[in-house]
Design a protein around this ligand. Sequence first.
Ligand SMILES: [Zn+2]
Ligand SMILES: [Zn+2]
Length: 278
Amino acid sequence: MKRLRMVSLAVTLLFLFVSRVAVSHDNHTSSATYLGNAAILVQDESTKLLFDPFFHKDFSIYQLVPEDIRQAIFQGASPYNNISFVFISHAHDDHFSAIDLLNYLKRHAKVQLVAPKQAIDQLMALSEFSDNDKSLMPRLHAVPLGYGDMAWSKTINNTHLSAVRIPHAGWPSRAEVENLVFRVTLNDGSTVMHMGDADPDDEHYLPYKLHWQKQITDTAFPPYWFFFSAEGRDILDDIINAKQHIGVHVPVEVPKRLIGSNKLFFSKPGQVAEVHKH
Ligand SMILES: [Zn+2]
Ligand SMILES: [Zn+2]
């Protein structure tokens, strides 16, 4: 009997410990791991997100996701196991491969895809997209945003996501590209922003200032060219409400200007950064 009491005490203590960890919002354990170009793994204890993980074009300038990391993602090997979401910023070949994404979603039945309608249309137009693959559709979340539309938001499995359509760099050329700036809040409360190939002109951002003021972003991942213009820096520092910025989409041969800028950036696959900053 005494032994049983000891066991039940131990179980109770364990339960208290576990539930304490689960409800604590001060325990920010989230991190970001760089994979290549604009591809990032963001994770806390319960949720893992992949941004722009599958692509094949490097234009002889940008960093591909190394083959060993690519294979690990497809196989769901740690830390790429139990991925909850894949986000696609836009359907360009240095961010997106429709066939890779289809194969990945077929293999990993719990992953939710959040992507511009353009990317999802490409996925579903593949000749490899069979009638059987229609069963994937509840997991495909197309973000239907036109330029100037209000922010889109949704909660899926306790993860709060929102997106704003910001034109692709080089505006007004390539205006048809549905480039999304995602903001995602993980269960531990930390919030990240992925910007795709966003154009650094503050006119695109000012209409969403209120949307961004409502939620602090712990770490934003802008393309590195934001650091090179006063307007780009203003967008990061004054409009999007992010505490930290880590540049991505950095050429393999890192620009000297970036090295000399004192800005944080990812350029080597496998680099890890803490997401939450007090
Ligand atoms: Zn692009
Ligand atoms: Zn790009």
